[in-house]
Design a protein around this ligand. Structure first.
Ligand code: PLP
Length: 224
């Protein structure tokens, strides 16, 4: 069985206990794995590439809630705008503009999260506090009525240093509180943080949405 069912049930229970949602990250996993999760009742799937998300969307039942968790190129936006449940990776003003334009074109308000860059790794994406202000002010001023800002997202450093990882998650919580106090953004509620290696720390730090992948799958199918 490619899905590690007991691990899945365990993480799901921990998330529920903390009032958090579980998005299962299915990037690079075959359709059969997603079908197995679907049969277990799972509906929230996260993919990081539009090219991979689209064929899965086409092939699977339409009550699945698709989450885009990776960097989004503006030219791919139109393919997912009609159905995407939540974009976790709003990381630049130009993307905000494109999202709004696409939403307007199709008559939809597109839900998204602002991605913050808090980790120590250069390879990671996202806004810093100052860049975020610019987006927040424009959103609050009503310039982008076809997006709905539902929360914040971050990836912590890939590190064994628990204190470091915890401090990054707490930093996102701190930003969340500050934004809540300073801006009128009624839809703001999510803190998307926590992956296979750090989801327990993320839950302690107030995550409302885990994005967990590799932990929930067996490395390979057992030989028969
Ligand atoms: C791959 C990925 C995850 C899940 O990572 P795992 O370590 O497999 O749980 C979560 N968030 C983002 C943005 C990812 O790209």
């Amino acid at each position: 069985m490619p899905v590690h069912t007991s691990e899945y049930q365990r993480v799901l229970q921990e998330a529920k206990k903390a009032n958090a949602q579980l998005v299962v990250v299915t990037k690079t996993r075959p359709l059969a794995d997603l079908e197995e999760l679907y049969a277990l009742g799972h509906r929230d799937f996260g993919e990081n590439r539009v090219q991979e998300l689209l064929p899965k969307y086409e092939a699977l039942p339409k009550d699945i809630r698709w989450h885009l968790i990776g960097t989004l190129q503006s030219n791919k936006l139109k393919y997912i705008a009609p159905f995407i449940h939540l974009i976790h990776s709003l990381d630049r003003l130009s993307l905000l503009k494109e999202l709004n334009k696409e939403g307007k074109k199709i008559g939809r308000v597109i839900p998204c999260l602002m991605q913050f860059y808090l980790a120590q790794e250069e390879s990671k994406q996202g806004l810093d506090w100052e860049e975020a202000q610019e987006l927040l002010e424009a959103i609050e001023a009503g310039k982008y009525p076809h997006i709905s800002l539902e929360g914040l997202m971050t990836m912590a450093s890939f590190s064994q240093d628990q204190a470091l990882v915890r401090s990054e998650f707490l930093q996102l919580g701190e930003y969340f509180s500050r934004i809540q106090e300073s801006y009128q953004l009624p839809a703001l509620r999510q803190r998307s943080m926590g992956m296979s290696g750090d989801y327990a720390l993320a839950l302690q730090a107030g995550s409302t949405m885990l994005r967990v992948g590799s932990l929930l799958f067996c490395e390979k199918e057992p030989e028969s």
